[in-house]
Design a protein around this ligand. Structure first.
Ligand SMILES: *[C@@H]1O[C@H](CO)[C@@H](O)[C@H](O)[C@H]1NC(C)=O
Ligand SMILES: *[C@@H]1O[C@H](CO)[C@@H](O)[C@H](O)[C@H]1NC(C)=O
Length: 338
């Protein structure tokens, strides 16, 4: 399974041409992508003709989504928005599906502990929302929150300090149309962008790029890890789809290391300077992780990358297999010992 995911990722992000030995897979993948595209088309029209209905919540709804799989800073953006709202005295409710044992939801819970943010986990977001709105109550300051006039968000603080839910943030809901939203934010990975531009499973796209038409805001993530020229070209590709879209840039800034077994035990970043680092990851974009560690001044960085949300087991051998093919186990040990 791990291997299949790896091959699919390689095809999806190997711009325009697949590695030669995978070419027999391509017709099958293309056919599957067409089927997927058709299902998407059908679903879209069922909503457009009102056969499926979007439910409207009594508070403003912000959706944070992605067009492609993995690594586009969606969860950090959800966290950022939640902090912003809760510091301003507006209590946010995050609705998330809780993938893969809910590792992201657990991380959000940890990072948002002690704030007014609430996290609802469940595939049926409308039902989860109803449950939370019932339990905690809600206040609607939708008017001023989303009016055309720009307010600095802090201004709300004094008048709206309330434990009642004031805003809903949908995590990974761009394709989840059963709840209607007031603001649609789409995260784009500046490093990998849209890969080979095919729909799933041949490519990384969950929807055609034209779906950006529905977005109000696009955030180009990892903006610090790509060149200025690349950023400009990404920007112009987005504006081609919708010229009124608001474009922002984001980056992740590391703060400290922590012990895996004790999150409150932190270590300074300078620990990585002038050392050999092995990056073990199971995230959407390991490339960004590696580049960030290199920026900390590591002497040599190696990578052991598993697919997004991989659940680690204790068996050691398999970790060695996933080491980059250019460095084998014995070489690696020799390197470490030299
Ligand atoms: C969208 O991105 C998130 C976070 O990177 C990821 O968990 C989710 O699986 C992605 N969606 C798909 C269908 O890949
Ligand atoms: C975790 O780390 C903190 C800070 O270093 C320390 O005070 C605490 O005792 C540690 N907890 C455990 C269970 O080791």
């Amino acid at each position: 399974m791990e291997k299949l995911k790896r091959v699919l990722t390689q095809i999806a992000y190997n711009n325009y041409s697949a590695p030669f030995h995978y070419t027999p897979l391509l017709p099958i993948l293309s056919f599957a992508s067409k089927l997927y595209g058709f299902a998407l088309f059908l679903r879209h029209h069922l909503y457009a003709f009102g056969l499926f209905k979007s439910k409207r919540l009594p508070v403003p709804v912000i959706s944070v989504g992605n067009l492609t799989w993995g690594g586009n800073g969606k969860t950090p953006m959800v966290e950022f928005l939640s902090l912003l709202f809760s510091r301003s005295g507006i209590c946010p409710l995050i609705l998330t599906r809780g993938y893969a044992g809910g590792d992201e939801a657990k991380m959000l819970k940890r990072h948002l502990a002690g704030t007014s943010a609430k996290i609802g986990i469940g595939a049926n977001r409308a039902a989860t929302a109803a449950c939370f709105l019932n339990k905690y109550g809600y206040t609607d300051h939708g008017g001023p929150l989303f009016s055309d006039k720009m307010y600095p968000i802090q201004e709300f603080g004094s008048c709206y300090n309330s434990l009642k839910i004031g805003v809903v943030i949908l995590d990974d809901a761009m394709q989840h149309w059963s709840l209607s939203r007031d603001v649609e934010i789409v995260m784009v990975n500046g490093i990998m962008l849209w890969g080979n531009c095919h729909l799933l499973p041949r490519g990384p796209l969950r929807e055609p790029v034209a779906a950006l038409e529905r977005a109000d805001i696009v955030v180009i993530h990892h903006a610090d890890l790509v060149s200025y020229a690349q950023l400009r070209s990404i920007k112009s590709r987005i504006i081609e789809v919708k010229d009124t879209i608001n474009i922002f840039f984001s980056r992740l800034v590391p703060c400290y290391f922590f012990e895996a077994k004790n999150h409150s035990s932190t270590l300074p970043l300078k620990l990585a300077a002038n050392t050999i680092v092995l990056c073990v990851s199971a995230i959407g974009c390991a490339e960004a992780f590696v580049r960030t560690i290199k920026k900390l001044g590591a002497l040599h960085v190696d990578i052991m990358d598993f697919s997004d949300h991989h659940i680690f087991k204790e068996k050691r051998e398999q970790y060695w297999e996933s080491l980059g093919s250019d460095i084998r186990r014995s070489d690696y040990l020799r390197y470490l010992l030299s």
